[in-house]
Design a protein around this ligand. Sequence first.
Ligand SMILES: Cc1cc2nc3c(=O)[nH]c(=O)nc-3n(C[C@H](O)[C@H](O)[C@H](O)COP(=O)(O)OP(=O)(O)OC[C@H]3O[C@@H](n4cnc5c(N)ncnc54)[C@H](O)[C@@H]3O)c2cc1C
Length: 388
Amino acid sequence: MTRNATQDDLAPIRESVHALCANFPGEYWRALDRKRAYPEEFVTALTKAGFLAALIPEEYGGSGLSMTAAAAIMEEIQACGCNGAACHAQMYTMGTLLRHGSAEQKERYLPAIARGELRLQAFGVTEPTSGTDTLSLRTTAVRDGDDFIVNGQKIWTSRAEHSDLLLLLARTTPREQAKSRTTGLTVFIVDMRAAKKNGLTIRPVRTMMNHATTEVFFENLRVPADAVVGKEGEGFRYILSGMNAERILIAAECIGDAKWFIGKATAYAGERVVFGRPIGQNQGVQFPIARAYIGMRAAELMVREAAALYEAGKDCGAEANMAKHLAAEASWAAADMCVQTHGGFGFAEEFDIERKFRETRLYTVAPISTNLVLSYIAEHVLGLPRSY
Ligand SMILES: Cc1cc2nc3c(=O)[nH]c(=O)nc-3n(C[C@H](O)[C@H](O)[C@H](O)COP(=O)(O)OP(=O)(O)OC[C@H]3O[C@@H](n4cnc5c(N)ncnc54)[C@H](O)[C@@H]3O)c2cc1C
């Protein structure tokens, strides 16, 4: 795979993701959804096939694929009706380690992640009080000899129960003593296997969809100083540098969701006969499907542009944000349209639509909410005054 893969080059990847996902049909996801259980077999299958190591360079045992290829993998998973949210973070969280970690950390973790022996699925940034205002987070890590002692709480730390490692953002210099507004926060790579016996508590948070998200509590958790990723105090910058990848990949998932909803609605509109004709013969039914398709295709172009800029090493902050925004809106519009097209059956569990509807709703809120994308564009692209 070349770095600038074309969509034609990606056909074999898409086909192999599709073949894997065919082993995980709607019944599989429905059963898990009822119990809010983790899709262990699905994640293992993706890991074994190497898909979750797509962005890990070959020198560390990954596939060294481009962002465009990684986005195609995530899109295809969703377009098949599966849910990549169970494991998507592994693709992008490791980027922080790759870009800012020491040679020793990369050697220790990346090959084991690529082999599927270690999972880096958890990403602890958001806290109950700080919310989107990351710089006001309160979890502290205080130096004590060769260790740091961590105290505080995170929320929405997804997949923490199913991950070995956690990428944690904590304050190491009190805000008033930090050199600048954006310094004083540090990224740690925390081995949760040891930490669980040593001051780390994980509590599941039940949500409207099956997302394996949690609250994480730190009570005098000792973390060795060699768990610091990059330079102490520079963590906010490192987390920001990983956000474009996260946005592009999640936008690609939204495109996959939108394709799934549009495919379902089109098929149903063609076969459901009411008043002696297929419902899809009525413009009142076909136009919303066409509108959802147009929205999805427009968003898809922005996702591809953002991915191309990212892999060319260019600044893609605006495009990654716009891609995430357009794609999340497109998938949500397609979800709503799909329920409407199915009438009452849109609510029936066995059609999978209500499940996907709940799952795709997340993406206008997380990993960044609509208002914050709009603020970014207003301030950084249009030059309007900062609003917060
Ligand atoms: C299921 C799920 C999984 C998640 N997984 C993770 C994870 O793995 N790791 C992690 O760290 N986080 C995770 N998150 C957190 C997620 O990134 C945040 O929920 C999201 O960024 C919004 O932050 P908040 O919930 O604190 O909302 P708040 O910051 O409290 O905001 C609430 C609302 O107010 C709006 N708002 C706030 N400030 C402004 C402003 N200045 N101008 C205009 N509007 C404003 C927001 O747009 C939002 O609509 C997850 C969240 C969910 C729900």
